[in-house]
Design a protein around this ligand. Structure first.
Ligand code: MN
Length: 314
């Protein structure tokens, strides 16, 4: 593994003729937006580019240009391609790209912003002070004078906005806003993106009513938990955005915990905080992420996961 500079990254991209892009499983707005924009940028540079994700791409991102060009592992097993480079965006571990890694023996490049990055790639371009991978991609295009088209601008704005809570979270910096402003200058439309991303179905709001009943407070109301049982998870199809914000917004709450029950012995956890280093908490369970937003998986049901977390928080 070696960390590379922006010039080394540029040179590697110039030399590659064919590139496969991929992102982490359970892709979020930053992953999808960054990949779609980088795809268009690289095609614009004359490259042959493929996009692969070892998971379902949530329907809410389908309004973005080239979203229908993303394929899964089965597609590339049936239609094999050979590439000069596997470019991993927004993923901090090799496991997070699922079975995409096994498709190729090409050198692995990684553009990421997670402080917990395991340095799995052959070449890593890590900007842990950036709010989103989309912020990095925008910055790269600006530095290299690569055109940012209107469709790229919309994808990049969505990537940046969704990873910083639409500019509310502590990872929002002057550079985050400057890169978002550049996207708007190039044609991104913030209100359209907000409407698409924040739209809810009546069914989802009905479910939210019952999920609100699971909220509980701990440690003098500085820690709050909210729970999605396996039935709720099946209805939500893994689109759990927004639930942790309900408790995060409580004035006394420092640590907000979303407990996602996958089965009776497996619970996925999303941690958000205003002060505490939740990356450190998540790492105690083999997870990670950022200082104020991290995740992990705990063996046990929701109650067991909650008990273990509250013990670690102390
Ligand atoms: Mn991200």
């Amino acid at each position: 593994m070696s960390n590379i500079t922006i010039d080394q990254l540029h040179m590697a991209l110039c030399e590659a003729n064919s590139i496969m892009l991929t992102v982490h499983v359970r892709p979020d707005g930053d992953a999808i937006g960054s990949m779609l924009a980088f795809y268009e940028a690289l095609v614009g540079q004359g490259k042959t580019v493929y996009m692969a994700v070892d998971d379902i791409v949530p329907e809410k991102y389908s309004f973005l240009t080239y979203a229908d060009h993303i394929h899964d592992v089965a597609y590339f097993e049936e239609n094999p391609v050979s590439v000069d480079m596997l470019m991993v965006l927004d993923a901090s571990t090799y496991e997070r790209i699922g079975k995409i890694g096994a498709l190729h023996s090409a050198p692995i490049f990684n553009i990421d912003h997670h402080i917990s990055n395991t340095q799995f790639a052959d070449y890593l371009y890590l900007k842990s002070d950036f709010a989103a991978t989309g912020e990095i991609i925008t910055d790269l295009c600006k530095n290299w004078n690569w055109p940012i088209t209107e469709s790229m601008a919309n994808a990049l704005y969505m990537a940046i906005a969704t990873d910083c809570g639409f500019f509310k979270f502590s990872n929002t910096t002057a550079n985050t806003l400057a890169m978002a402003a550049l996207c708007v200058e190039q044609g991104a439309r913030p209100h359209i993106i907000s409407e698409r991303i924040e739209a809810v179905s009546a069914e989802r709001l009905e479910l939210t009513k019952s999920v609100m009943q699971t909220i509980s407070f701990h440690k003098d109301n500085t820690v709050a938990t909210i729970e999605l049982d396996p039935i709720a998870m099946a209805i939500l199809k893994d689109d759990t955005d927004g639930f942790v914000d309900i408790i995060r917004n409580v004035d006394t709450v420092d640590i907000a915990i979303l407990l996602k029950g996958e089965s009776h012995d497996r619970t996925r956890v999303s941690l958000r905080s205003k002060r505490t280093d939740v990356n450190a908490i998540a790492q105690q369970f083999g997870g990670g992420g950022h200082i104020r937003a991290a995740g992990c998986t705990i063996t046990g049901d929701i109650e067991e996961a909650k008990k273990q977390l509250l013990e670690v928080i102390g």
